[in-house]
Design a protein around this ligand. Structure first.
Ligand code: BJW
Length: 261
């Protein structure tokens, strides 16, 4: 970490009126949800993204892809928000002009108390059919076969409205991000005083533009990540550490600063 407690970041947060918290898989790592690109523990260290996270892969082997996403959905259901998610909900409560923008497809921000997180890459909990209309699919919570990890096949259900295959409601490589979500995220980033970038490798576009847009518009970018990332150079402060430790300490320091000075 640059400083303990991170005084400069705490002061930036205390003085901010409009904050964007931009999160990636690292925020959920300490809840037991694997990241994508971490060596050894990341999903892409164990699974081939080309066979699982593209529309082509789904059409080639829908049972494989649906089974993998059911396995991940089950893992997320069993996970709990960690102190990092809860610290972000505290920032929202303290600074009403806060927007949470996440690349994550889990629901841990919501379960920690965040009100209206913008999901740039969709959700594990919003499957829809593959037809152009994309009819939402209402799943029965625990109805289907139990998912098994490492490639257990499960046939996807069919859409009750049109009979098309149901697919995970996430954004795969080569697919457009949901337009309203991306527009809202870009607008919030362009207008904020402080952007907190938490637990993202900053490698996947267009989401990775969000902190760069904030920096380019004059915001102070504060990054929380145990590792260096390509975002380091646009950051005013880099806090090297795990989100579940750094964020509660940052929030504590911000309002400690507010009380003392
Ligand atoms: C911790 C921690 C702890 C660990 N505490 N931190 C420009 C240049 C080059 C390529 C492109 C470009 N523009 C577009 C592209 C192509 C592509 C792309 O970006 N490719 C790059 C990988 C090269 N982008 C796309 O295809 C996007 N679509 C698109 O561009 O469409 C164009 C279009 C327009 C109009 C019509 C049609 C098309 C879509 C991208 C979709 C990404 N989807 C995924 C999968 C979602 C579903 C699923 O979950 O399976 O989204 S990929 C995966 O990466 C997932 C994530 O949201 C995303 C970002 O990953 P994230 O969150 O940063 O995680 P990691 O693992 O990378 O990093 C974790 C970090 O946490 C690390 O830094 C750790 O150090 C840290 N950490 N423990 C804090 N305790």
């Amino acid at each position: 970490m640059d400083e303990v407690p991170p005084r400069r970041a705490a002061q930036l947060l205390r003085d901010a009126r409009r904050v964007v918290v931009f999160t990636g898989a690292g925020i959920s790592a300490e809840s037991g949800v694997p990241t994508f690109r971490d060596d050894l523990t990341g999903l892409w260290a164990r699974f081939d993204a080309r066979r699982l996270a593209t529309a082509t892969a789904f059409h080639a082997d829908p049972d494989l892809v649906w089974g993998w996403y059911e396995w991940r959905r089950t893992r997320v259901r069993q996970a709990e928000p960690n102190p990092g998610h809860r610290a972000i909900a505290t920032i929202e409560a303290r600074i009403p002009g806060t927007t949470v923008v996440t690349q994550n497809v889990d629901d841990l921000h919501e379960r920690a108390g965040s009100r209206a997180a913008i999901h740039l890459h969709g959700s594990l909990f919003a499957p829809r059919c593959v037809a152009a209309a994309g009819h939402p699919f209402r799943s029965t919570p625990d109805g289907g076969p139990a998912p098994s990890p490492d490639g257990g096949r499960i046939p996807p259900p069919r859409c009750a409205s049109c009979g098309a295959l149901v697919r995970p409601g996430v954004v795969w490589f080569g697919e457009a991000l949901p337009e309203a979500a991306l527009t809202a995220a870009v607008e919030a980033a362009a207008a904020c005083d402080v952007l907190l970038a938490v637990g993202t490798s900053g490698l996947v576009y267009p989401a990775a533009e969000i902190p760069r847009i904030a920096a380019g518009s004059g915001a102070a970018v504060v990054q929380v990540n145990p590792e260096p990332t390509p975002l380091d150079r646009v950051c005013a402060v880099n806090l090297r550490g795990a989100a579940a430790e750094v964020l509660p300490s940052l929030v504590g320091a911000a309002w400690e600063v507010a009380r003392n000075g």
